[in-house]
Design a binder for this molecule. Structure first.
Ligand SMILES: [Zn+2]
Ligand SMILES: [Zn+2]
Length: 181
């Protein structure tokens, strides 16, 4: 098993390899990263955002067509929303092993601060590892430093460590060791 990371052509250039390596280190699973082959769907002109569920549908279709069973994370630069939320940093669909993360609100520039590739990279790693964590059987965690804590603000995201807490780590190891359904 390895996790496929698909990097959209407009996502921050040059960060894909370090992000992939760091996500692998956080979760303790192998990852590969490649240019995104999935069709971009769900753009809503009035909102200038992508409907995250439409994008997950597209990933699901791609996975099915290419018989990919392993988890897939797509990293995009467009802002994402879902029904009932103004925006989402990312979204996972556990039933099909598909997840998406947006870098739109992860750069300092979005908040009027000066840009930093290190900050941007750290945040994509945390959000990406979080969504993949869901695909690997983890729920949300109440430990504010754990990657599986659900942040509502950038500040809460920044306060998380690039680590699973020991409870989540054990739970994931157990899930991975369990026989395939
Ligand atoms: Zn979550
Ligand atoms: Zn945890």
């Amino acid at each position: 098993m390895h996790v496929h990371i698909f990097w959209d052509a407009q996502s921050p250039a040059g960060l894909q390899i370090p992000v992939s390596r760091k996500i692998s280190a956080v979760l303790g699973v192998p990852t590969t990263v490649s240019e995104n082959p999935v069709r971009m769907m769900g753009y809503v002109t009035e909102r200038r955002q992508i409907d995250a569920h439409a994008l997950l549908d597209s990933i699901q279709t791609y996975k099915h067509r290419h018989e990919i069973e392993d988890p897939v994370l797509l990293v995009v630069h467009q802002d994402l929303f879902k029904d009932g939320s103004i925006f989402v940093f990312g979204l996972a669909r556990e039933s099909v092993g598909a997840a998406v993360v947006s870098s739109a609100r992860l750069g300092n520039e979005y908040y009027g601060l000066s840009g930093s590739d290190d900050d941007l990279m750290d945040r994509i790693v945390k959000e990406g590892a979080h969504e993949i964590g869901h695909l690997l059987g983890l729920g949300h965690c109440s430990n504010r430093e754990c990657v599986m804590f659900r942040p509502n603000t950038l500040d809460e995201l920044d306060r998380k460590k690039k680590q699973l807490c020991s409870a989540c780590y054990d739970q994931m190891a157990e899930h991975m060791a369990a026989p395939e359904k």
